[in-house]
Design a protein around this ligand. Structure first.
Ligand code: FAD
Length: 577
């Protein structure tokens, strides 16, 4: 820390997506002293700038947490890898940059006053800077979060669209337009600025870095929230402990200051539990002193489970695969592509590879339960994330990436719920993460993906795509019956990277709510709020970055200007209460 004895009005734990939004908004008031503690490094490397760099970020030794689930019985006993960004900007630096809000019904289904879609629209719009301008009531301009259309195109995208049309699917010109159904095929929007990733670090934090009242400490892992536990009053946060370069440090709150948990849907509940906030019986079993007995901490974990259909295309179409455009026969990056990207910020390096696709209802009614992401490349493995890890092997052997096309399938309105718990009291031990996919009693989630495989195959059977395809490799033509498809799904499922819900907000009478929907304060203590993807009570049907930024923007407005989320919420940080 800059000065010994310094006290802060806000200690932001985690300089990720939400943390960067808060750091910028709160430090705009020069009277507030704001500290950000981020476990990862600055993380401003080319892999995070260049969208195609995403292939290097999965399992990255420095910029990714390298998390794994506990053994998943329903996924052939696999420990599933979970990507999570570890750097300033957090997962916004390592994600696929797709900009989706979900539908209005996603937010209305939360049933929370102050969080209905008609109230949230303004916050989504306020955060957005849409390159096309103020084209509809469902887009904003002038916000920090830059949004644009994908800048890479290949004839394969058009072929996908034509095959979708021939399969009888409708086109959707804007998946974020809440006045029309979400279903259809089309181009996704991306959180990029002129072909470069527009993550929360670059869009929010960097412009604020020169402020004297903002202190950002990287490679500083918070290990515990400290409380003052005077008799007769709620335990009150007084600061945090953190570890930096092997040394144990602490940071103190000023009178009326607050700890703002922005560590994401895995680490926010983990840190609360380590600090004595969680299911009392489980904490006591590990000898942790209970500060607030909250059974909901770590529960309600939600994500989009994902599988795929992957086909090889005939060699004469090699040039059309994004991988063949980027890599030569020895799997080295082609210099002319680097030049094209540097000079024009277009071409195959300007894409994360999955920015065209569809949202579809496999049941024929309601909001889509399925998202398709069309990838103009062959997935080297039926587990889409392992494909990148296999590529490293190809590269080592000097072999080329075979050409093909893939449709990634995600169950985007899943019903299964998992959890994040403690393995031990060691703050450096990864938590016990149980995704618990396909545990919904009706079997709706696996059904979505099973029908999704059939729909994807139907698209691949249509012209013009059909004339390019040599062979279906994943799941393979022999896999047709429900039971065989389910077996394929269970053995290939990877995370769709949309973890939410583990510190969910709710009403006072809801025993499993962790934070108040009125002001995101943690129940049973004072001076701690959670402001990140973990407060989202029910996963929206689309990627979760935009919703996380919306939550953080709202929280920041409440904390800085006393603009309540709901009438009757408390005042801003740093005020004596
Ligand atoms: P994060 O952004 O993950 O931030 C948490 C931060 O806290 C991290 O920087 C972390 O290092 C830090 N931290 C954790 N523990 C500690 C500790 N103890 N001490 C200090 N710091 C700590 N969303 C989209 O909208 N579109 C997409 O295309 C998309 N694709 C994705 C692809 C991948 C591979 C991933 C991982 C995510 C993707 N997402 C996508 C999801 C989206 O990025 C997340 O929902 C969002 O970034 C979550 O924001 P957050 O603030 O909750 O957490």
């Amino acid at each position: 820390l800059r000065a010994t004895g310094e006290k802060y009005d806000a200690i932001i734990v985690g300089g990720g997506t939400a943390g960067c939004v808060l750091a910028d908004r709160l430090s705009a008031d020069e009277n507030k002293r704001v500290l950000v503690l981020e476990a990862g490094p600055k993380g401003d490397t080319w892999e995070t700038w260049v969208p195609a760099g995403i292939t290097r970020l999965f399992n990255h030794p420095v910029l990714d947490w390298g998390l794994k689930t506990v053994s998943q019985k329903q996924l052939t006993e696999r420990e599933v890898y979970l990507a999570r960004g570890k750097a300033l900007g957090g997962s916004s630096c390592t994600n696929a940059t797709l900009y989706h809000r979900g539908t209005a019904a996603d937010y209305d289904s939360w049933g929370l006053e102050g969080w209905k879609s008609d109230e949230l629209l303004k916050w989504f719009n306020q955060a957005e800077n849409f390159e096309d301008g103020p084209v509809s009531p469902y887009h904003g301009v002038g916000g920090a979060m830059h949004v644009e259309r994908p800048r890479y195109d290949t004839p394969m995208h058009e072929n996908f669209f034509k095959s979708c049309a021939n399969a009888g699917l409708p086109a959707n010109p804007d998946f974020n337009d809440w006045s029309r159904p979400q279903a259809g095929y089309g181009e996704f929007l991306v959180s990029q600025k002129k072909g470069q990733r527009a993550d929360a670090n670059r869009m929010y934090l960097k412009p604020a870095m020169g402020r004297p009242n903002l202190e950002v400490v990287t490679e500083a892992r918070t290990t515990k929230i400290m409380f003052d536990r005077a008799a007769g009053v709620l335990p009150k946060a007084v600061g945090v402990q953190f570890s930096q370069g092997g040394a144990n440090e602490s940071a103190q709150l000023a009178e009326g200051g607050e700890v703002l948990m922005c560590s994401g849907a895995v680490h926010s509940p983990h840190l609360l539990q380590l600090s004595g906030i969680g299911p009392a019986a489980q904490l006591q079993q590990l000898g942790i002193e209970v500060v607030s007995d909250l059974p909901g901490v770590g529960q309600n974990l939600q994500d989009h489970p994902a599988t795929l259909v992957g086909c090889l295309t005939a060699e004469e179409f090699d040039d059309l695969a994004v991988t063949s455009q980027i890599y030569n026969k020895k799997s080295e990056v082609k210099k002319r592509r680097v030049l094209q990207y540097l000079l024009t910020k277009t071409g195959p390096l300007a894409t994360t590879g999955c920015d065209h696709g569809a949202f579809l209802s496999t049941t024929g009614s309601g909001d889509p339960d399925l998202q398709m992401r069309f990838v103009p490349a062959f997935s080297l493995d039926p587990d889409g994330v392992q494909a990148y890890i296999k590529f490293a092997e190809l590269k080592r052997l000097g072999q080329s990436w075979p050409c093909g096309v893939t449709i990634q399938l995600l169950a985007v309105r899943p019903k299964s719920r998992g959890s994040v718990g403690l393995r031990s009291t060691d703050p450096f031990a990864n938590p016990a993460i149980d995704l618990n996919y396909y545990s919904d009693p009706e079997g709706a989630d696996i059904r979505t993906l099973r029908e999704g495989i059939r729909l994807a195959r139907n698209i691949f059977r249509q012209q013009p795509l059909a004339s390019y395809i040599k062979e279906e490799k994943w799941p393979g033509p022999q896999v047709q019956e429900d039971a065989d498809l389910d077996a394929f799904i269970r053995s290939s499922t990877c995370s769709g990277n949309a973890l939410v819900g583990t510190c969910r907000m709710g009403l006072p009478e809801d025993p499993n709510a962790v934070v108040s929907a009125t002001d995101l304060s943690v129940r049973g203590v004072s001076g701690v709020r959670v402001v990140d993807s973990s407060v989202i009570p029910r996963i929206p049907g689309g990627q979760t970055g935009a919703a996380t930024v919306m939550v953080a923007e709202r929280a920041a407005a409440m904390l800085t200007s006393k603009q309540p989320m709901v009438r009757g919420s408390p005042g801003s940080i740093g005020d004596k209460q």
